[in-house]
Every structure is written in structure tokens, then in C-alpha cells.
Design a protein around this ligand. Structure first.
Ligand code: ADP
Length: 470
């Protein structure tokens, strides 16, 4: 069933209406012009014939009138002109008729055109002839002496059948042209509309499937026009949405998994405390383990909150001097590093290097990187913080002499919950979110972060931010 509100239907209807209107205007104009042309032609032809004949007739109407001669003259003219020719004297009596049998010879012709011609005016009219069964054109032309006296009238009449037939042919031609034009335009517009609406229907179907939860949609439609670009954008959007949704599901599963481990341990510890008699020393150890697991949970929740805060995006950027920020952070961490038997060295230049940033977030980045360096570097090692400018970027480097990261893991460590050595991460109280937070903050600051590392020799973490000109 056709859908009257569909683009396909409306486009076709509009095109058809336009072509119909155009064809009607053209047809009306063409038809009326041709009708006028043919009528005028006929009139001129009658008039010319009449005037020529009137010159002949002047001599014949003077004195004795020979009706036989006049009738054969009328017959001759009639043959050439293709019209009936009747000669009338000044009394209104027919003195010559090209129709011999059943003609009007010697009868008085009572006709309005004849009466008008008898007072000196050319007159013409159209009337229906019962005798021949169609419309005829009549014309009466006065025959005048040189001094202007009217001595008779030439009455001409011809059938309009030929003219009407020609006009009927023209009408048929115009009607067929209109039908043909409408068929061509109608077919063309249906094809055109299908060309436009086909991909739109495909888009609608894909969007409907997405709204039903099936996000894995792709439209196979290639063209460089607006609809092609819309389809391309749709594909990008669907892919991204699919990716985010899958990521979100994976993230929720990962969080559940991360929470389950400490919760299971805590549950086992609590049950053991409840069900077994223990000496105070043993009890203390169990409670300490419980406390550690709780700390881990709290840290996990804090990191998750940090990540969700980053997604809110309502922060104000300010000019941050990296030299001050790094020195400050090194001072804060110095004690923990020395407790762990590590050297914390800084290479911070005198030249002030500034970036546009959210200071608190940059502190978080440096803190996470320093924590990792501390956690994955055995006692006796060292951690060096350097600051320098390269091109338009201010680069911070945090280098340790720790365990290093295997090549195959290096591209994954910035993903949420990715750990190279799960047991080690757990031991140092890691959540697997530290570098994910670093990566998101740096990306938000239009910067980049990367790692260079060799297993067993140490790692260097870099983050580069666009420099603010002094
Ligand atoms: P975690 O809380 O486990 O430290 P991160 O996201 O901070 O999580 O780091 C991801 C993983 O990258 C860590 O589990 C660790 O295996 C590895 N890693 C990070 N920093 C270092 C480093 N400085 N030296 C060695 N390995 C590191």
C-alpha cells in the first residue's frame, strides 16, 4: 500500500503536478495560437477570394443579368477556393450559385451577413449547417461600383470540418505528449526517489535495530553525496557506540571481578575468625589482613571515583609551571622513597616550563607514576624525574631502575585493570587503574603519554603537554 506521507510518494506527486501544470500551460498556449492561426487563415482566404471575385462581378451585375453565366462563374471560383460561392444582386436575390442542384438561384437570401454587406460592410459568422451536418464559416462581401454604389453581394461559405479535424489532431497530440511526459517524469521521479529513500530506509532499519539493542550495525552504501556521507557518519557512530557499550560492559565485569577478590578474602577471614578459636597473636594477623583488604577496596573505589570525575569534564584550566609542581611532588614523596631504600633524583632546569592544565590532575599523573616507580623498583635502585622542552612540548620523564615491562605488555598497560604481574600488583596494593587514570588525564590535556622499558633494567614513563609560550 502506498504511504502517502513517504518521501517517495510526495516527490513523485510534486514532480507529476509540476509537469502537468507545465504541459497544461504549454498546451493551452499552443492550442489557442494554432486555433487562431487556422481560423485567421480561413478568413483571409475567404476574404481574398471574395475581393478578387467582386472585381469580376462588377461588370456582370450591371444591366441585364445572366444567371447561367454567373452560376458557372460561381462554380469556377468555388472549385478554386474550396467554398460555396453565391452571387446576390442589390435586391437580395440570388443571381448565381455554385451549387446547381438544390441551390438558391432566383431565391431571396435572408441572412444577417448579406444584409450587413448590402449596407457596405464585410460580415462573417459561424453557424451549424443541417445540410452538411457540421459548422460552417460564412462571409458576405459587398460588390461596389467605382463611385461606391453597392450593386450586389458575394456570399461565401466553407465547412470548418478540416480546421476542426486539424485542431482535434493537435489536441490529441498535446494530450499524448502530456501523458508521455508524465509517464517519463513519473518513472524518473520514482527511480530518483528510490535512489534517495532506499539508503534512508536502510538507515531507518539499522537505527531501529540499534534502538532494539542490536548495536552491531553497518550500512553497505557508498556514494559521495549527502546521503552517502550520512551513511558513513552513521557507520562511525554505530561503531563507536558499539565499542563504548562493549567497553562499558567489560568495565562493569572487570570492576565486579576486582571487587570480588578482596570481598572473598574478607569473607574467608571473617569466617575463620568467627569459627576457630585463635590465640591473640593469630587473631591480630587475621585482623591486619582484613584491614589490608579493606584498604584495597577503598583504594579501588577512590580510583573509580577519580575516573568518573574525569569524565565529567567541568574543570578550569590554569597556567601551571611544571618546575614548581614537580619539585613540590618530589619533596612530598622523598620520605617514602628513602623508606623504601630508593634514591629520588631530579633533573629540573632553571628555565620555567609552563603548560595549561588542571593542577590537581597533573599532580595525580605525577603521583601515580611515582607510586608505580616506587612499587616496581627494588630497594637500592633509583628513580629520576626530568623536565625538558622539545619543540612545542613540555616533557616530563620518570625513569626507574626497576623490574621493567615486557615488550608485549607495553601497549596494554594504559588499559583499565591491565597488570603485567597480577600478584606483584596485588602485593603493592595496586588497582590496575593508575596508568588508565594517567592516560585519560594526559589525553584531556591534549598531550601524549608513552613508555620505554626493558625487562630487568627499568622503565621510563614520559608525558608531553603543549607548552605555553612565556
Ligand atoms: P597497578 O595499580 O597494578 O600498578 P597501573 O595501571 O598503575 O596499575 O599499572 C599497570 C601495570 O603496569 C602494573 O600492574 C605493572 O605491571 C605495570 N607497571 C606500571 N608501572 C611500572 C613500572 N614503573 N615498572 C614496572 N612495571 C610497571
Amino acid at each position: 500500500m502506498p504511504r502517502f506521507y513517504s518521501i517517495r510518494f510526495r516527490l513523485t506527486a510534486v514532480f507529476l503536478a509540476i509537469i502537468l501544470a507545465v504541459m497544461l500551460i504549454i498546451s493551452l498556449f499552443l492550442y489557442s495560437t494554432l486555433e487562431r492561426y487556422h481560423m485567421n487563415n480561413l478568413l483571409e482566404h475567404l476574404q481574398r477570394t471574395g475581393f478578387l471575385a467582386s472585381e469580376f462581378l462588377v461588370g456582370h451585375l450591371r444591366g441585364q443579368i445572366d444567371t447561367v453565366r454567373l452560376s458557372s462563374l460561381a462554380e469556377n471560383i468555388s472549385r478554386q477556393a474550396g467554398a460555396r460561392v453565391v452571387f446576390i444582386d442589390d435586391q437580395g436575390t440570388v443571381v448565381g450559385d455554385s451549387v446547381r442542384v438544390g441551390g438558391l438561384l432566383n431565391q431571396t437570401l435572408e441572412h444577417e451577413d448579406v444584409n450587413t454587406a448590402l449596407v457596405g460592410e464585410v460580415s462573417s459568422s459561424v453557424t451549424y449547417s443541417e445540410r452538411i451536418g457540421h459548422q460552417i464559416k460564412q462571409m458576405a462581401i459587398p460588390v461596389k461600383e467605382e463611385n461606391g454604389d453597392i450593386i450586389g453581394v458575394i456570399f461565401l461559405s466553407t465547412s470548418l470540418e478540416d480546421v476542426y479535424q486539424t485542431l482535434a489532431d493537435i489536441r490529441l497530440f498535446l494530450f499524448l505528449s502530456t501523458v508521455l511526459a508524465m509517464a517519463i517524469v513519473g518513472g524518473g521521479s520514482v527511480a530518483l526517489a528510490r535512489r534517495f529513500t532506499g539508503p534512508l530506509e536502510e538507515l531507518t532499519n539499522a537505527a531501529r535495530k540499534m534502538s532494539e539493542g542490536n548495536l552491531d550495525q553497518h550500512i553497505e552504501f557508498t556514494s559521495g553525496d549527502e546521503i552517502g556521507r550520512l551513511a558513513d557518519q552513521f557507520n562511525v557512530m554505530a561503531k563507536r557506540l558499539n565499542y563504548y557499550t562493549n567497553n562499558l560492559k567489560k568495565f562493569a565485569a572487570d570492576v565486579a571481578h576486582e571487587v570480588r577478590t578482596p570481598l572473598t578474602t574478607m569473607s574467608l577471614l571473617t569466617k575463620a575468625l568467627k569459627e576457630h578459636d585463635m590465640d591473640p597473636q593469630q587473631q591480630k594477623e587475621f585482623v591486619e589482613d582484613l584491614d589490608n583488604e579493606l584498604d584495597r577496596l577503598v583504594q579501588l573505589v577512590n580510583d573509580l571515583l577519580e575516573l568518573s570525575k574525569l569524565e565529567k569534564n567541568q574543570v578550569e584550566y590554569e597556567e601551571v609551571t611544571m618546575n614548581f609542581l614537580l619539585r613540590d611532588m618530589i619533596r612530598e614523596h622523598k620520605y617514602r622513597f628513602s623508606q623504601a631504600g630508593l634514591d629520588l633524583i631530579d633533573f629540573i632546569p632553571d628555565e620555567m616550563l609552563k603548560v595549561s592544565a588542571v593542577s590537581m590532575q597533573l599532580r595525580q599523573v605525577v603521583s601515580n607514576l611515582l607510586d608505580n616507580a616506587l612499587n616496581y623498583t627494588p630497594a637500592g635502585g633509583s628513580v629520576t624525574v626530568s623536565l625538558f622542552q622539545e619543540g612545542d612540548e613540555v616533557i616530563t620523564k620518570i625513569e626507574d631502575t626497576g623490574s621493567g615491562i615486557p615488550k608485549e605488555d607495553q601497549s596494554f598497560i594504559f588499559e583499565r585493570f591491565y597488570r603485567v604481574d597480577k600478584a606483584r600488583s596485588r602485593e603493592v596494593g595496586g588497582t590496575g587503574l593508575g596508568l588508565a587514570i594517567v592516560s585519560e588525564i594526559v589525553a584531556k590535556h591534549n598531550g601524549r603519554v608513552w613508555v620505554e622499558s626493558e625487562e630487568g633494567r627499568g622503565s621510563s614513563f614520559y608525558f608531553a603537554l603543549p607548552a605555553v609560550k612565556n
